[in-house]
Ligand binder design. Sequence first.
Ligand code: FB9
Length: 488
Amino acid sequence: MEDKILKTINSFETIETLEIARLLNVDHQKIIGFIKSLESFTKFINVQPMSCKNITLTPEGLEIAQNGSYEAILYNSIPLNGISQKDLMENVKNYKIGFSKAMSFGWIKLDKSNEPTIYRQVDSIVDQVQQWLLKIKDSIVEDIPSNLKHEFKRRKLITENLVKSYRVSKGLEFKLKIDKEITDLSPEMIEGDLWKDVTFKKYNFKALGVSPSSGHFHPLMKVKTQFRQIFLEMGFSEMATNNYIESSFWNFDALFQPQNHPARDEHDTFFLSDPKNCLDIPLEYLKKVKKIHTHGGFGSLGYQYDWKTEEAQKNILRTHTTAASTRILYKLAQDNFKPCKYFSIDKVYRNENLDATHLAEFHQIEGIIADYDLSLGHLMGVLKEFYKKLGLTKLRFKPTYNPYTEPSMEIYSYHDGLNKWVEIGNSGIFRPEMLLPMGLPTNISVIAWGLSLERPTMILYGISNIRELVGHKVNLQMVYESPICFFK
Ligand code: FB9
């Protein structure tokens, strides 16, 4: 069958699938199925979708096409010397319509002078109805007179419907035989029986699958996930860090960082102009913080300066996630403190000089443990455990100063690749001047440490300039191709 279709296409400039179906006396849908299946062969055939009104015979129309119209059958049933109307009615099917049509065509006459008798009026007739119906049955009829079409429709001899078809012509690579290997089996190929005559390409089970197009996590997010996993498996809970805007009170004053500290001026911190101030600082807590800064307390001399509420109210972009640690510790102190371990990984902002490894914003990672009578030894132990999970085991701790922790330590690790000690974080024990005004019990101590997300990410992914990692110049292909992150 496929060969016949291809031969038919080959013998016409263009041909409609309806015509092919008629010529080969095959169901139109089978032709369409075969044509659609050829579309997977490029340039084999040219296919132009069309829709045309197609007239087809009803079962009654088919019967008349085969046996003649009722009026012609009635005329041919009348003997030359006539027949009684009664006999004719009994012997001819569809007498009523046959009689009225034959009378209207002038083929017969009815004599009622005696018993009603019907005579032929003409010597012969042409059964045009049958001729037209045979023509419709055998080909596409485009020239049927509209009155006749209307008449045949009224007598339910034909139906007219919109048929989707295709105009087909030979393509540049047309052949009378399909010898190309098929890679896809389509429903049309099955419907059109094409599958019987083609060869299927063998499956290559070693072929790689098509990589699904999907979204891609940025390396920073991959590393963030790994750090989150490390904290979770160490029993830490994640803090809420969903406020990039923070008051100076929670970011500095509550941490016992004096209002004249250089980190608090505009060279290091971004201040907001609107909303300029935060007005919902808990008043009782504010008074205690003011007192510890100006007069000291709990054995501390404080800083002995005129602490100003207006300074504490100034809104800023938080400079560290320690502001979130402060908030959660205050909340714990207000709600019957219990020992706990929290972590945070989120954006912080510092108005610092930019260079190849520093931008005005970065992600800080912070861990805090609040419990009874914790010491530097506990902090060193936790740090060793934490950094071991990053693959860093050769650590050194170097004393340093932070305004809100005492003692404080910088953390270093020996980098075999660089053959030198590299700073990997900062840590310390929060000062009593920070913890006691919150209302925490005096024997509670809080150990804490911090590092950045960008530094380890740049090292893990071999990125030397931070602008290759974040910012508007980042090559998105780097994001697409960046491998999964895992620490040693
Ligand atoms: O992350 C840093 N270095 C680092 C960390 C991990 C790492 O992993 C290796 C791949 C396996 C490699 C390097 N640093 C801290 C050290 C330096 O990069 C430093 O130059 C830059 N620091 C940032 C601040 O710079 C303005 C990193 C950032 C930082 C520093 C301190 C803290 C947080 C982030 C803190 C803190 C803290 C201290 C006490 C209590 C609570 C929090």
